[in-house]
Ligand binder design. Sequence first.
Ligand SMILES: Cc1ncc(C[n+]2csc(CCOP(=O)(O)OP(=O)(O)O)c2C)c(N)n1
Ligand code: SF4
Length: 342
Amino acid sequence: MDSLPVINHTDPSTLSKADFTSDQDVRWCPGCGDYSILAQVQRTLPELNIPRENYVFVSGIGCSSRFPYYMNTYGMHSIHGRAPAIATGIKAARPDLSVWVITGDGDSLSIGGNHFIHVMRRNVDLQLMLFNNRIYGITKGQYSPTSEQGKITKSTPMGSIDHPINPVAIALAANATFVARTIDVEAKHLQSMIKRAAEHRGTSFIEVYQNCNIFNDGAFAPLSEKASKADHLLYLEHGKPMRFGKNNEKGIAMIGGCQPAVVDVQSHGEENLLVHDEQSEFIALMLSRFVRSEFPTLIGVIHAVERPTYDSMMAEQLKQAQQKGKDTIQALLDRGDSWEVT
Ligand SMILES: Cc1ncc(C[n+]2csc(CCOP(=O)(O)OP(=O)(O)O)c2C)c(N)n1
Ligand code: SF4
């Protein structure tokens, strides 16, 4: 068997987007939102000052999961829904690597839902980017766990009856330490989220709204079209009041002390608006419920806190075990009661 190709050592200060672009033909449909996400990742990685040979991209199965082929880094196009488990193994064995999981809403929230939850709760130091197009792209347009109720597809000709999953709420419920949302068409915003996620120690979860122009075109149109986006997108910033609208004339305030609502800033007063605090678990949980039509869609860092990572705790425990002294497997097996089955 031929040996695996080895990426030569690189000086991180000389890297550019071209260094992260592989020689593979990109097989996504023309116009797919995946192109923009790929370009923003390739554009942002050179800024992180990490040698190229230290990157690993792991994906599951789906159009989005073809991503590692297009990155000129190490990578693995793995099995459906299981990328977090493989990435956990890589990070546990090689904590020096920068490990990225690329997954779709079907891959990560249907067959891979369990793995998604556990990587968040464990806080493995990796970045997980979920490309949410609210459809199964690669299998030709079946409804997905994030499709809206009533979605008509070939597999749901009378409209889906399932209630959709809320990925941000699930990540927060699993105690994720970094949760952000962005959208494929907002190049600069996407880059800033990628950078923030990479700088975070622990599992960084980014939900990226992604247009599938073949099977779910325009799913995020109000958020991406010039005429409507100011009224539908609210850019969250830590320490800043929550404002949006063409002239920043709308805001979020707590009505009656406990009910968030959209208010007119002039009549309500800017000082009475809700101020974003990425470290507040309660604000994050509340913001995760902004999915009803009366609320704007939030993009930005929803939650970011520090907690020891799984890989660092595992390394520490291993060190302690080694310090305790060497034991053989046989000694371990012989410890305590044993039975012989005849
Ligand atoms: C065990 C198994 N079950 C089902 C499939 C079929 N399958 C492949 S990808 C996929 C869903 C892909 O959707 P998503 O993750 O949203 O990715 P997209 O193509 O939209 O990027 C399904 C159901 C499979 N490959 N393996
Ligand atoms: S089917 Fe949809 S998600 Fe898949 S490559 Fe085409 S446009 Fe992109």
